[in-house]
Design a protein around this ligand. Structure first.
Ligand code: GDP
Length: 213
């Protein structure tokens, strides 16, 4: 076992939550268009190509939930999805795409900071990390943004089907050490694959527990 463990009840609550209808609400490009807060929100962030759309689709059990741009780094839009009227999933724009890195990073942090500032509804941000690459400088920048916004975040490893179990265990250990002193980082790391569905039930359970709080 490489990640946190969940009881049957917790897994079942996660399954039930994500079996509800998941519908696209709206996409916003500036803070003045953000929807009023209602209920709990969970955000998803990660470098372009990290597998964020695939993970959202796997969580929701859909083929094409996330409105993804085909050009990495192009979409600077926050997309809101309603999950059964209980939880909102917030798809933050991808960051760190090399070609537009600088401009991208400043726009990313402005829009997300605007979003996170005083957003009581936002319970946690899942920070997606490609398990083949581990934490990159752009991820550390984003972690610093989240730490300074006191916005709780949790590392979710993606594409774990691409690495061997030993490498995964080492990555989890390494990543745990790297986040240990970060004030807004949740200590538990969840390892997922959208291809094998590894960790998907566990992530659903984690998010259901947050939504119930
Ligand atoms: P996004 O840009 O973060 O939304 O990333 P996508 O979900 O579009 O995925 C980027 C690429 O990684 C695509 O080619 C996906 O097929 C691939 N991918 C995403 N998730 C996984 C996974 O869990 N395992 C593997 N092997 N490939 C994945």
């Amino acid at each position: 076992m490489t990640g946190p463990e969940y009881s049957e009840e917790a897994l079942e609550r996660g399954r039930r939550l994500f079996s509800g209808p998941c519908t696209f609400m709206l996409g916003v490009v500036s803070a003045d268009a953000l929807p009023a807060e209602a209920g709990a929100e969970i955000a998803f962030a990660g470098r372009s190509n990290v597998g964020k759309s695939s993970l959202l689709n796997a969580l929701a059990g859909r083929k094409n939930l996330a409105r993804a741009s085909n050009t990495p780094g192009r979409t600077q839009e926050i997309n809101f999805f309603d999950l059964g009227g209980v939880l909102r999933l917030v798809d933050l724009p991808g960051y760190g795409y090399a070609q537009a890195a600088r401009k991208d990073a400043s726009r990313w942090s402005r829009l997300t900071r605007d979003f996170m500032r005083g957003r009581a509804a936002l319970r946690r941000t899942c920070l997606l990390i490609d398990s083949r690459h581990g934490l990159k400088p752009a991820d550390l920048d984003v972690m610093s943004t989240l730490d300074s916004a006191a916005a709780s975040y949790q590392i979710v490893l993606t594409k774990t089907d691409k690495i061997k179990p030993d490498a995964l265990a080492a990555l989890i250990e390494e990543t745990s050490a790297a986040i240990a002193r970060r004030p807004a980082a949740h200590p538990a790391i969840i390892a997922t694959s959208a291809v094998t569905a590894a960790g998907i039930a566990e992530l659903r359970a984690e998010l259901a527990a947050i939504a119930e709080r």
